[in-house]
Design a protein around this ligand. Structure first.
Ligand SMILES: *Cc1c(COP(=O)(O)O)cnc(C)c1O
Length: 323
């Protein structure tokens, strides 16, 4: 599942070179990091001899889109649990529509009833003679952190392969950080390779930073444990998560993000979305300036979200004065 890594046009006075890894072009279900992560969950489900998948997320979720699609293609029953925040934006998005097309059964619950709902759905599936698999582990959502992390621990080999061909190594890898699964995986890859790269996550949500770091730490710990690898005691110093670029939290953005999307589309011909990739790309540029990075080789991991790029276009594009 290797994707292209190529150099971008990146004008700066500090001789930094910027590259991109196009995981938005992974060839399944509109691409994105969730293609690798969904595949890791699916393989783990098979490995555990389960035959029904319980997924969790919002109706706008990229992960739910890919998992619902994957289960449909493979003929595996899939149930989606969807919790509701108060005053949640209930408008359907492109992902909502694509999930609906798969006919995936959706169970709605309040945000305090998730564990109870997971348990109930598990029992119902068992009563039908199924062996259900909940992507996040037990009903409280713990115990399976290492599986999601494994996706990018493995993808890291592709970055190493590219570097080998070039005869040099990246100094920095930037990625958007949401649940932290992608960043945990990259950090696992980095620790196992023992290389000198810095993996920098740009937090895109309003999740409390300390908690976000501890989730990444759990992801790394659990991947190492699952695979029987030895983890150095001070591994947490490798977790670099920047929280100053989240612009008010998940899904919130302003003209700086709009500008970033337009610029990167015309300059480098890449689609960025305002929720994840544009925010991380913009945050990366700000970080480069603020920390005066120079003469560095920098890799940006494009984590996908293509349907969100089109949501953005529909909202702000054709016929809109902002266009
Ligand atoms: C989920 C997602 C992320 C965040 O990845 P995590 O592993 O949850 O941190 C980034 N970009 C896109 C497009 C995503 O769908």
């Amino acid at each position: 599942m290797a994707t292209e890594i190529r150099r971008l046009t990146f004008e700066n006075e500090s001789a930094n070179e910027l590259y991109i890894m196009r995981d938005d072009l992974l060839p399944f279900s509109m691409g994105g990091n969730k293609v690798r992560i969904a595949q890791a969950f699916f393989d783990d489900m098979k490995h555990k001899k389960c035959d029904a998948m319980i997924i969790y997320g919002s109706r706008h979720s990229n992960l739910c889109r890919v998992l619902a699609n994957l289960c449909f293609c493979r003929g595996v029953e899939c149930v989606m649990i969807c919790s509701h925040e108060e005053q949640e934006d209930t408008q359907a998005t492109n992902n909502t529509c694509l999930i609906d097309w798969t006919g995936t059964q959706t169970v709605h619950c309040g945000k305090n009833d998730i564990a109870q709902t997971v348990e109930r759905v598990m029992e119902e599936l068992r009563a039908q003679g199924k062996h259900p698999y909940y992507i996040y582990g037990d009903k409280t959502g713990r115990g399976n952190e290492g599986t999601a992390a494994s996706a990018y621990a493995e993808a890291y080999a592709e970055i190493r392969e590219f570097e080998k061909k070039q005869g040099w190594e990246f100094d920095y890898v930037f990625c958007p950080s949401g649940t932290g699964a992608t960043q945990s995986g990259l950090i696992c890859g980095h620790l196992l390779a023992g290389d000198r790269k810095k993996i920098i996550g740009i937090l895109i949500s309003s999740r409390e930073t300390k908690r976000a770091v501890s989730v990444i730490s759990d992801g790394v710990g659990s991947y190492f444990e699952k695979n029987g690898y030895a983890l150095s005691e001070d591994y947490e110093k490798e977790i670099i998560l920047r929280d100053e670029y989240r612009l008010g939290g998940y899904g919130k953005y302003d003209d700086r993000i709009r500008e970033c999307i337009r610029t990167q589309y015309v300059l480098n011909s890449i689609p960025l979305d305002p929720v994840y990739t544009a925010k991380a790309f913009w945050g990366m540029q700000e970080y480069i300036k603020a920390n005066a990075l120079h003469d560095a080789r920098i890799l940006f991991l494009h984590t996908g979200g293509t349907p969100l790029f089109y949501d953005f276009l529909a909202k702000e594009g054709a016929g809109n004065t902002r266009c």
